[in-house]
Ligand binder design. Structure first.
Ligand SMILES: Cc1cc2nc3c(=O)[nH]c(=O)nc-3n(C[C@H](O)[C@H](O)[C@H](O)COP(=O)(O)OP(=O)(O)OC[C@H]3O[C@@H](n4cnc5c(N)ncnc54)[C@H](O)[C@@H]3O)c2cc1C
Length: 591
């Protein structure tokens, strides 16, 4: 049975040694003193590793069951959900006026990583609620906020996001669900949504569905989509629950992973809905919370990679096979542990350097969101908007690869369900698909984000890397980081230049390289994170830290990333510069 240890020490390191959160002048950050964040992380760590993680395999094997329109969640989920609610965890970074604790998003993200790693399927019930509540917070009327937010912030009521229909996923302009205006200002929604996460269950008193639909007579395509609040139980004026609304779960999907989360076909049969935001501006309302939702999904990729790595590491230290070619390490035993073998080391170092670099990347991204929202910093907003598809696409692609690498460390045992390693890979797989499939993230990055505001944000990123390199080029010990980072950043700039020179005359030339660009960018980001961590650890060693081993380990892991992982940028650049021809050479009939 796999286990999970909350990485509280590493989270503290990123928050304080690397990001220096409590020194920042972003409103709310002064509270994030090391002792305070440590207490929060330790508490969350206990809950996630002792209560929520043990339910991960239970959720996988039992799954959810639909019985007479009611969805039964796996054994133990209800009790654990009650405990999460009682601890106030769902409202950690939500406004105080609605019952939250108003903590910065960066702390919510650090806590969120532990929840996702412990049990992704379980955590989605509160994750989707957070997303739906954020949309109501950003676009709801005062009355809507007062009606729904206090109950959603506490997860007494949960939330869902309903975009997908059988014939429309990426291309939401094809949507058919209709919302007909009524004389009393409400709407009647009719249509079918599929793949709706947490769409039906009994862990909460009510479920607040946010549903995209078209008002008849509105503009064609995506411009005619509006967003509606559709509660499972209608809410009376005094806040108590009224009649059951016309929305039901018709079917639960059988799926590859996240079995503990109910993935529902939702049927809307003249269900009463309330417009959220403006008519026909539903996509805009959705997009305002997209950055957070996509960063949350990027985190799922990272989180699954971490828990899988933790178990692979324990196995590699325990399992005896073969001898160290340089001399026995366990001479009294029949063989040495797997960890002595260089190829097993390679697998472990790939995972460790990805997980720790990715963790820093996500928390850095979350701090940009805080800057954008709390300090109203437009540059931070532009930068995180550029980085979001990279965080989502790169971390989930790589995160999935790392769960496979972790499985490989187990050999045949990794393929056997009893060891639990296949669940990490199966659960991680969905993060590459939902919240915009990764191909579409790459498209968004290259087709939209690169050129946004005249390319200002990508230039700001290049400047950030350049400034870091010039500030640190003469710092002892930093050459191992600065030189490879400079080279990788040059590859990124060359790729951007290729798109600028070729993208307009042949859009396929840019789009054929979009996935490579997203990965190239992701590697540069992790290269920058490892360089920042190296700088922090060198400083700690210089200051005579009592924890020298931790910082020496950081530096060695960082050097691994810079020498073994970062050179992938050259390969991605070569692919990008090969243009559209190799990709598009065949007629569709020739396949
Ligand atoms: C377990 C699970 C949970 C989900 N939860 C939710 C939920 O809670 N709410 C919700 O609304 N939806 C949810 N979804 C739906 C999910 O977001 C969609 O499956 C996803 O957006 C892709 O849509 P699709 O499946 O129709 O694929 P398609 O849009 O048909 O795409 C298929 C492939 O083509 C690629 N593609 C499509 N268009 C382009 C293009 N223009 N350029 C390049 N490539 C393209 C895509 O990248 C993808 O690889 C969930 C799905 C699953 C499986």
């Amino acid at each position: 049975m796999p286990s999970y240890t909350a990485p509280t020490k590493d989270l503290q390191y990123v928050l304080h040694d690397v990001l220096h959160v409590s020194d920042s002048d972003v409103p709310g950050y002064a509270e994030l003193e090391p002792d305070f964040t440590s207490a929060v992380l330790e508490e969350a760590g206990k809950l996630t590793s002792e209560v929520i993680a043990p339910l991960n395999a239970v959720g996988d094997t039992e799954g959810c069951k639909l019985e007479n329109g009611v969805v039964r969640v796996p054994t133990g989920f209800q009790e654990a959900f009650d405990q999460v609610r009682e601890g106030g965890w769902p409202g950690l970074d939500m406004p105080e006026e609605y019952g939250g604790q108003n903590m910065p998003y960066v702390l919510g993200t650090a806590v969120g990583e532990m929840f996702s790693a412990a049990n992704q399927a379980f955590t989605m019930y509160q994750g989707l609620t957070h997303g739906a509540a954020s949309a109501i917070l950003a676009h709801g009327s005062d009355e809507q906020k007062d009606t729904y937010l206090p109950k959603m912030v506490s997860c007494q009521w949960t939330g869902t996001m309903n975009l997908t229909e059988p014939h429309c996923g990426t291309d939401l302009g094809l949507m058919r669900t209709k919302a007909e205006p009524q004389d009393d200002g409400t709407y009647k929604l009719t249509g079918q949504k599929i793949f709706i996460s947490s769409g039906e269950h009994e862990m909460a008193e009510n479920i607040i569905h946010l549903v995209l639909a078209k008002i008849p007579g509105g503009p064609e395509g995506i411009k005619g989509v509006s967003l509606f609040i559709v509660p499972k139980f209608l809410v009376k004026d005094d806040g108590s629950l009224g009649d059951r609304n016309g929305v039901t779960c018709g079917k639960l999907e059988e799926k590859m992973g996240i079995h503990g989360n109910s993935t529902c076909v939702m049927n809307y049969d003249g269900a009463t809905g309330y417009l959220l935001g403006q008519e026909h501006k539903g996509m805009r309302a959705m997009f305002t919370m997209m950055n957070e939702a996509r960063i949350g999904v990027g985190m799922q990729g990272l989180a699954q990679a971490d828990v899988a790595y933790q178990n692979a590491l324990a196995y590699a230290k325990d399992r005896l096979q073969g001898r160290d070619v340089t001399g026995a390490k366990n001479p009294d035993g029949p063989a040495d542990p797997l960890i002595v073998h260089p190829d097993v080391r390679r697998m472990l170092m790939d995972q460790k350097s990805f997980v720790e670099g990715g963790r820093a990347f996500i928390l850095w991204g979350a701090s940009l969101i805080d800057k954008a929202h709390r300090a109203e910093d437009k540059d931070a907003d532009g930068l995180i908007s550029l980085m979001t598809p990279v965080i989502k696409g790169f971390l989930t692609d790589e995160g999935f690869d790392m769960t496979i690498t972790a499985q490989q460390v187990f050999g045949g045992h990794g393929y056997i369900e009893e060891w639990g390693m296949s669940q990490f890979a199966r659960d991680a797989r969905i993060a590459m698909i939902y919240e915009g499939a990764n191909g579409v993230q790459a498209l968004d990055l290259v087709g939209r984000k690169l050129a946004q505001d005249g390319g200002k944000h990508v230039m700001a990123y290049f400047d950030l890397v350049k400034t870091f390199c010039s500030d640190n080029k003469d710092v002892e010990g930093m050459a191992d980081f600065v030189e490879p980072l400079k080279k990788a950043s040059k590859d990124l700039q060359a790729a951007g230049m290729y798109f600028m020179q070729n993208g307009m005359k042949n859009p396929n030339a840019a789009l054929s390289g979009s996935n490579d660009f997203m990965h190239l960018f992701g590697h540069v980001c992790l290269g920058l994170m490892w360089s920042m961590m190296a700088r922090a650890s060198l400083k700690a060693l210089e200051d005579g830290t009592p924890d020298a081993a931790f910082h020496e380990t950081k530096l060695a892991t960082g050097r691994y990333y810079m020498t073994r992982r970062l050179p992938a940028t050259a390969m991605h650049l070569a692919r990008i510069e090969s243009g559209a021809d190799p990709v598009m050479a065949l007629d569709a009939e020739a396949f």
